[in-house]
Design a protein around this ligand. Sequence first.
Ligand SMILES: CC(C)(COP(=O)(O)OP(=O)(O)OC[C@H]1O[C@@H](n2cnc3c(N)ncnc32)[C@H](O)[C@@H]1OP(=O)(O)O)[C@@H](O)C(=O)NCCC(=O)NCCS
Length: 196
Amino acid sequence: MPLYIKSLSGEAIQPYIADLARLRIEIFRDYPYLYDGDETYENNYLQNYAASPDSFIVIAFDDDKVVGAATAMPLYRASEEVQRPFLAQNIPLEQIFYLGESVLQQQYRGQGIGVKFFEEREAYARSNNANYAVFCAVERPLIHPRRPIDYVSLDKFWYKRGYQKRAELHTAFTWKEIDEAKPSEKPMIFWMKRFR
Ligand SMILES: CC(C)(COP(=O)(O)OP(=O)(O)OC[C@H]1O[C@@H](n2cnc3c(N)ncnc32)[C@H](O)[C@@H]1OP(=O)(O)O)[C@@H](O)C(=O)NCCC(=O)NCCS
């Protein structure tokens, strides 16, 4: 069976929470996130997400196997560190949808699933009367010991989807990196797209 996607919202997400945690731990281990997966962190983060009635997930399946996922929720439901830069700039949260992670196993990349992840989440955001979509990405120095030589940043892909990098909208997420003894803050920069 070919690769296919399915979109779900609200309670229908619940059965896929464990898959999402598994994919996050597997895929964010790579540069630039270097996340040393933590079940407690995943449970806390994903419970907030699962509890929101307007949370949204796009899931990529290979047959019945979950191989990728992308999430979204209204910004006012997102965590304090996600909302912080918008509140600091007096940008009303109500018109904005927050796109969480997009994660797809390596062997399924380059077939257009990442584009579909954006299309589906943006359609859901628009149907919920959002005027903007935002997401954030970790900011790494140009020279980093863990950066693979063949690493290609996703910036071009994001510009092509209509997003602008908004350096003034920044925050910090805390996680433990694979080379760290304990969690530390990582700088996160937002990207934003206006729908109308
Ligand atoms: C983000 C991600 C889901 C995109 O998935 P994807 O299915 O490979 O994306 P697409 O196939 O839709 O391609 C996106 C673009 O990259 C190019 N591309 C991606 N992978 C490619 C590959 N292996 N070979 C050639 N081109 C590739 C595509 O041509 C496309 O460019 P276009 O917009 O000019 O057409 C995937 O790269 C991923 O899981 N990355 C790791 C996690 C991450 O960093 N997520 C983002 C932050 S949460």
